[in-house]
Design a protein around this ligand. Sequence first.
Ligand code: AGP
Length: 610
Amino acid sequence: MCGIIGYTGILNAGQIIIDGLMSLEYRGYDSAGFAYFPDNNTDKIEVIKSTGKVCNLENKIHENIKENHPLCGIGHTRWATHGGVSETNSHPHSSGKVTLIHNGIIENYQELANKMAAKSKYPVSQTDTEIAAMVIDSYYNGDPYEAIKNACNELDGSYAFCIMFSDIPGCIFSIRKNSPLVGAVCDEGSFVASDVVAVIDYTKEYFILPEMTIAKLTKDSFEICDFDGNEIIPEIMHINWDIAAAKKGGYDHFMLKEIHEQPEALLKTIAPRIVNNLPDFSNDGVDDSLFTGLSRIVIVACGTAMHAGMLGKIMIEKYTRIPVSVDIASEFRYADPILDENTLVIAISQSGETADTLAAIKLAKNANARTLAVVNVKGSAIARESEYVLYTHAGPEISVASTKAYTVQLAIMYLIAYRMALVNKLADESVISLKISGLLDSMDKMKKMLEMDEELYLITSKIKKADNIFYLGRGIDYAIACEGSLKLKEISYIHSEAYAAGELKHGTISLIVDNVPVIAFATQDNVYQKVISNVVEVRSRGAYVILVTKAGKHVDTTLCDHHIVLPRMDEEYTPFCTAVVLQYLAYYTAIRKDLNVDQPRNLAKSVTVE
Ligand code: AGP
């Protein structure tokens, strides 16, 4: 949460920071700010802030800086944690010679604030970040390294800082703990940012700033050292997706583009893991021994990733008969979970930096459980903390509402289930080979679903007027219903709930009255009739029913207002098609309500706070 970027070089820092912040806006978008050295030779830092989107800040920068463009600056786009949305609370924050921006949370800020007040220094904002600026400044006597080191020894919590000292013009210092920060150097200067999307216009080479090291950026150098002053050489990484992947590419919204990218993302994720039509993780360095001798599997994740885990549980249990539990990471980490060396903990995360999922995987490691991360962002914290990693290859997902990252997570869970079945000799190669063919085939089915946009758009004319909506399903379809409900709430602001279809009559059916939309998924043969009975129950109470089935089912047309028919397919793969249904329904409902689809209110893409 919060996007930060620093640049020093030979180009217009104002423009670079604005462009970078726009690409980082998915991390927070309630206010933004920019600090810069107006002239590289003066002992002065100027700050410009604005509430609202980065474009507001851009206008202010253009009003304030008409000539002599700065060559060094830092910028921040905020998702408020401490203190409301205001210019005073937005970053950068200054104290004495120190001006900084921050992504993370300083947990002991109150205690530090009391200490500062005892020294007659009072914050002007309500933020934890200003306290960090005060602490660093209190230690600053001309040596930035000592000041940062001493201050960081006092700060608890998570942070990625870009710091400028007014008497060291042209220079930016950075440090991070449990918050992401990448560095990059090119002919035009040095960069530091929360995400590579902010630097990809300038270079495809980057590195992850090692935790608790101090980086010093100048226009032609990027030096990193540890707290003892030893030089650190980071591992250079290469961005393996094209810059076009981080742009809208002709689509109205990133979400729509990302929905359409799913078949390709699936192919990129699955294809490298198929050898002789069987799942194979040897290129990922995932040893088969990880999948043997297990008494239990625990999947930890949040939000959409957790919904992918729900499907993972169904698949793994089906093929291995090993008990799998799915835990919300924020609950798991405080639940004193039962873990041992025969437990495999799988963390699923698009960003690879979700604070609770990260904490969960650390906890699992400390309890000697085996750990496997399924993440999208290369080198992210969760990937680095886990014993093994399987990267999903969705490419950058910019829209806050997760779409393609979800379906590639599903695909990896299917591959894990199939590989575990093979390794433990629970299924023949011939059986699994057929499954792989089915999985690959579902990408074509998904392409067909993408053509149903108009049909689904029409349905949303009714949904957009609703105050409450219910999603129903059983088994695989219940997991899908959960994701459908979250997606709709997230971007259309309509209250919705997902229910296991059989559970509705244990209380919630009292909410079904005339015209309440119910979206029922009935794609699984073994429970098809059961779900239809549940549909009859809500229909007889006046529900406006949207029923989703596979092709080949004879459906009584009086049962529903809309019947969405999936292509003819094996029921195991219907999630790759029902995912498109729920994504389109949420997307077009938000469009009809004229809402900001890619940046819904109160949300941020990476949830790096608890
Ligand atoms: C999904 O649309 C959400 N934006 C959210 O639930 C997300 O999936 C969750 O915050 C987990 O994020 P992660 O995958 O990056 O860990």
